[in-house]
Design a protein around this ligand. Structure first.
Ligand code: ADP
Length: 493
């Protein structure tokens, strides 16, 4: 029999589900993508229908196979990457007891505030590497257990299963046979001990979550189970890779050495640094998280995010009407040689790490009568890069490491001006890969490694190719000036 030719990555995101078929040289051979319904029952609440998520998964797998003119038997392994923290609860028979609560949902804000007021945050941070925020799964599963009729009693009897989206997909793919999550997803729940990689009794008691609902915590690359009863694939295909989306992107960018970092520039921006095999506690309000576990080795990461990145460009387009398409921003910014005295702080939704000022607001400073829309556009791009520079600086301090490689992906990395300025203010090479589907690549690698489709991460490093390297060109004095005017503006924001 012919050896299967492809690895299938399923990227279950916040607004759409994607399936990507990759060959052993990392060429994308087929893609399927489908959006699904966002439910907003009230302000601040966001829910997803788990049944619909599974339907879209089956459909996009079929689409990707069709696009590649492939058959199910061509698939050697399946890797899953997912929107993180989104929380579901279903019966042992696989029937969701409610819609999943999405990571963006703020319904547990009061509970988090109450726990903080009781002085619980320090031990939560120490145990989990996270902060007390509704973003993470812990308070969301408590909410479901407390509010869905009979849920707590059923859970205590062992009749319910909790899971993030990875867990739901593996459960469905294996015909309900396997209840598992990987360390990267488990590290976003507030329930896992960052050092032992096991569910933590003190956290389970703090968040009132019975052990009986929890999945097994597994490595990010191992044989979890085999497909059974799918419409889109034959039985018996290994499901063998799982990682949360940001961690999968770090893996897909081949950031295997400590210090290597990747930044994803989408609506917001996510910066992750590989910090090696022991967790690094942040003094600057960054998150400490598991990157992945492959074989017996667990790799940790520091994570910082900016709420607004590409969204600032959307605001230039939709709020100010200065451009028609997001991609027009580069040409507009190039109508001026520099931003002059103009600075933009993209705190349109508050400032995250390392400032943590939810009350901060956006700001243009240094405007005079010579300021043109070109200056404004240029300052917006610079502001996006400067806030990433702040995060990178905090990471260097926390980890005591330099950043040898700063790899980028996401919708905004097509912008050469932004990437060059990022290299200039970081004073580090910024590397844009040929294949910017880092998230899918990461999930596929993890799955392929587990079944011997690729032998070692070195195969991945060899196959991984850069599209462009942006080298820092700015002199030390100019850099100091840019950082100085940025810091002044941040203070005022
Ligand atoms: P997400 O996954 O968060 O939806 P994407 O990775 O698809 O985001 O990136 C879309 C974002 O990138 C949008 O916010 C858009 O404004 C921004 N963007 C797209 N093209 C450019 C460009 N050429 N320059 C700057 N920003 C861009």
């Amino acid at each position: 029999m012919k050896r299967p030719r492809y690895v299938l990555a399923v990227d279950q995101g916040t607004t759409s589900t994607r399936a990507v078929l990759l060959d052993s040289k990392l060429n994308v051979r087929g893609v399927g993508q489908q959006e699904f319904t966002q439910h907003f029952p009230r302000a601040g609440l966001v829910e997803h229908d788990l049944g619909e998520i599974w339907d879209t998964t089956e459909k996009v797998i079929a689409k990707a196979l069709k696009a590649a003119k492939a058959k199910g038997h061509d698939v050697a392994a399946i890797g899953i990457t997912n929107q993180r923290e989104t929380t579901g609860l279903w019966t042992n028979a696989g029937k969701p007891v409610a819609r999943a609560i999405v990571w963006q949902d703020r319904r547990t804000s009061d509970l988090c505030a109450e726990l903080k007021a009781r002085g619980e945050e320090a031990r939560v941070k120490q145990t989990t590497g996270l902060v007390l925020d509704p973003y993470f799964s812990g308070t969301k599963v408590k909410w479901l257990l407390d509010h869905v009729k009979n849920a707590r009693a059923q859970a205590e009897r062992g009749d319910l299963k909790f899971g993030t989206i990875d867990t739901w997909l593996v459960f469905k793919m294996t015909g309900g046979a396997v209840h598992v999550t990987d360390v990267s997803n488990a590290s976003r729940t507030l329930l896992m001990n960052l050092e032992t990689l096991a569910w933590d009794d003190a956290m389970l008691s703090l968040f009132d979550v019975p052990r009986a609902v929890l999945p097994r915590i597994a490595a990010s690359s191992e044989l979890y189970g085999l497909t059974r009863g799918l419409k889109s694939l034959p039985d018996g295909i290994p499901v063998s890779g799982i990682a949360g989306d940001q961690q999968a992107a770090l893996f897909g960018q081949a950031c295997f050495e400590p210090g290597e970092s990747k930044c994803t520039y989408g609506t917001g921006a996510f910066l992750l640094m590989n910090v090696g095999t022991t967790p690094v506690r942040s003094k600057a309000g960054l998150l400490s998280t598991v990157a992945w576990k492959v074989g017996d080795t667990t790799t940790y990461a520091l994570e910082g995010s900016a709420f607004i990145a590409g969204a600032a460009v959307q605001w230039l387009r939709d709020g100010l009407g200065l451009i028609k398409h997001a991609s027009d921003v580069e040409a507009l910014a190039k109508t001026v040689k520099s931003s002059g005295a103009v600075v933009f702080v993209p705190a349109l939704a508050g400032l995250g790490a390392p400032h943590w000022r939810p009350d901060a607001r956006g700001l243009f400073a240094g405007i005079d009568r010579s300021t043109t829309k070109g200056h404004l556009a240029r300052a917006v791009l610079e502001g996006i890069a400067l806030q990433i520079q702040d995060l990178a600086e905090a990471m260097k301090l926390d980890s005591g490491r330099a950043i040898p490689a700063f790899k980028v992906d996401g919708g905004a990395v097509k912008n050469d001006l932004l990437m060059q300025y990022q290299a200039d203010v970081l004073n580090t090479n910024v590397v844009r890969p040929k294949n910017v589907e880092s998230t899918s690549l990461g999930a596929a690698f993890l799955a392929g490694l587990a079944v011997g489709f690729w032998k070692s991460p070195e195969d991945i490093r060899r196959a991984w190719k850069a599209d462009a390297v942006f080298k820092p060109k700015m002199g030390a004095e100019a850099r100091a000036q840019h950082l100085g005017k940025w810091r002044d503006a941040v203070k005022r924001a």
